[in-house]
Design a protein around this ligand. Structure first.
Ligand code: NAD
Length: 486
């Protein structure tokens, strides 16, 4: 009996582009202040560009110091009434925002992908549902605040300034706004310069939800706008997510002022694979840990630590798996790795990858065709990495994983903790006791066991060391927006 071997069939995916027909972006967006879109005091409009095509999507007003002052006045005026609303009434607004995000989920997902370059599969399945979930979660907390803070009597802080990065634009806005509003604060949000569009759609949603004017203002702009917000008189708290360098600048600017601060900064997180791990499962976790959102993830598992006895096998399987990643059009539902967010970010990735090569690490980049226009970087793996190499120390914020090895559990812990960052870590093992023992020894805000990049609104997220301070998510996320009165 002969068996037929079918080796010649090439299984591939047909293109499955998400439609953009339902997206209605305005040609121009003003600043969202006091419940409406307004002209900036000194007219400055910048195009928000699609990083996958380099085509402009819409013009967006950038706020200056005068606009920031105007937003602060509106937020100050609105705050006492907002805080005095019965807690369940405040919650209703948050529920409404959550429901409206769900209603407009498809549109928001497509705009997030157009503006930021991430695969639509991720915007659709992760960013937008999680943004809605954060509003739902904190809506539920609005009438239970004191139970989130050890049954103490609490009060809001007042007016909060919130600055977010470009890697999860709507989700980071939700992480910031939902707890702030639930606690009775009013908020001024500054989206990142390359990804303001979903925040502006969120402004429309706030208006549709009939949120009282001044409760939320949205001021796009660059670092100067952010710096103006940090320095504006009348702000009671700054919540910042972004790079460690800017976090440091903000901390210095606020020193000596009675302004509270939380910082969610960078990371160089260790993903630790022990020899007893289920290797195929671990490989999926490694891929998700570093190639999700093109590696533009603060907690990306960018330092892969593999036990020496399984190093070759793990790297071989990872490399095989990487070869099957589809890189390209972010709007295609089959795409795994989309466009790099901006030309500047692409340059940063290229510079660090070049440093990795010149320092002697072995580079492997998957072969793939990428579109002619736009910003792209193919998934890359570095082996023969020493802990002193820049690619093992610095945040690359791109689809690049650096592989290091270890022999013992103690060495794994030591290497994982040998970083100025401490945001997240992953542990892959089939021994529960080992996982808990290692987790307890790691200086990282979040430790995932046999999974990675798993987010949930009920769980606290935040860092140690140069990854920042303060927590977002869950009851811990209420604390930075409240003061204990008694
Ligand atoms: P970035 O620090 O350059 O910018 C972040 C935001 O700060 C942007 O809105 C920017 O306009 C604003 N900004 C820039 N200069 C400012 C200043 N002097 N004062 C006030 N605001 C200013 O960071 P990025 O390149 O947009 O984002 C990438 C960084 O963010 C990475 O380091 C990443 O690890 C970090 N990040 C951290 C988390 C977290 O939760 N820990 C989440 C996402 C991203």
């Amino acid at each position: 009996m002969s068996t037929e071997t079918r080796t010649s069939i090439v299984w591939d995916y047909a293109p499955a582009p998400e439609s953009t027909d339902h997206v209605r972006l305005a040609a121009r967006y003003g600043l969202f202040i006091d419940g409406d879109f307004r002209e900036p005091a000194a007219p400055r409009y910048e195009a928000s560009v699609n990083p996958a095509t380099e085509e402009p999507l819409a013009e967006v007003a950038w706020a200056g110091a005068e606009d920031v002052a105007r937003a602060v006045d509106a937020a100050r005026a609105a705050q006492p009434k907002w805080a005095a609303l019965p807690e369940l009434e405040r919650a209703k607004y948050l529920f409404r925002i959550a429901r409206l995000i769900q209603e407009r989920a498809r549109e928001l997902a497509v705009v997030e992908t157009l503006d930021g370059g991430k695969p639509v599969r991720e915007s659709r399945d992760v960013d937008i549902p999680l943004a809605a979930a954060h509003f739902f979660h904190y809506a539920g907390w609005a009438d239970k605040l004191r139970y989130g803070v050890n049954a103490r009597e609490v009060a809001p802080l007042g007016v909060v300034g919130q600055i977010v990065p470009w890697n999860f634009p709507l989700l980071m806005a939700a992480w910031k706004l939902a707890p702030a509003l639930a606690c009775g604060n009013t908020a001024i949000l500054k989206p990142a310069e390359t990804t303001p569009l979903t925040a502006l759609l969120l402004a429309e949603i706030c208006r549709e939800a009939e949120l009282p004017p001044g409760v939320v203002s949205i001021l796009p702009g660059d670092g100067e706008t952010g710096a103006a917000l940090v320095r504006a008189p009348g702000i009671d708290k700054i919540a910042f997510t972004g790079s460690t360098a800017v976090g440091r600048d903000i901390q210095a600017a606020l020193a000596g002022r009675p302004v509270k601060l939380t910082l969610e900064l960078g990371g160089k997180s260790a993903n630790i694979v022990f020899e007893d791990a289920a290797l195929d499962q671990a490989v999926e976790g490694i891929v998700n840990g570093i190639f999700f959102n093109q590696g533009h993830v603060c907690c990306a598992g960018s330092r892969l630590l593999v036990q020496e006895s399984v190093l070759d096998e793990a790297v071989a399987r990872l490399w095989r798996r990487m070869g099957r990643l589809r890189v390209g059009d972010p709007l295609d539902k089959n795409t795994d790795v989309g466009a790099i967010n901006s030309a500047e970010q692409l340059q940063r990735i290229e510079a660090l990858v070049a440093a990795g090569e010149s320092e002697g690490a072995q580079r492997r980049t998957i072969a793939c065709e990428v579109p002619e226009r736009g910003y792209w970087f193919a998934p890359t793996l570095f082996t023969d990495v020493s802990p002193a190499h820049r690619i093992a120390v610095e945040e690359i914020f791109g689809p690049v994983v650096s592989v290091l090895s270890f022999r013992t559990q103690a060495e794994a812990i030591e290497k994982a903790n040998n970083s100025r960052y401490g945001l997240a870590a992953g542990i892959w093992t089939d021994k529960g006791a080992k996982a808990f023992e290692v987790a307890a020894a790691l200086r990282a805000g979040v430790v995932w066991q046999n999974t990675y990049n798993h987010f949930d609104p009920t769980a606290a997220f935040g860092g140690y060391k140069e990854s920042g301070f303060g927590r977002e998510g869950g009851p811990a996320g209420l604390r930075p927006y409240l003061q204990v009165v008694r």
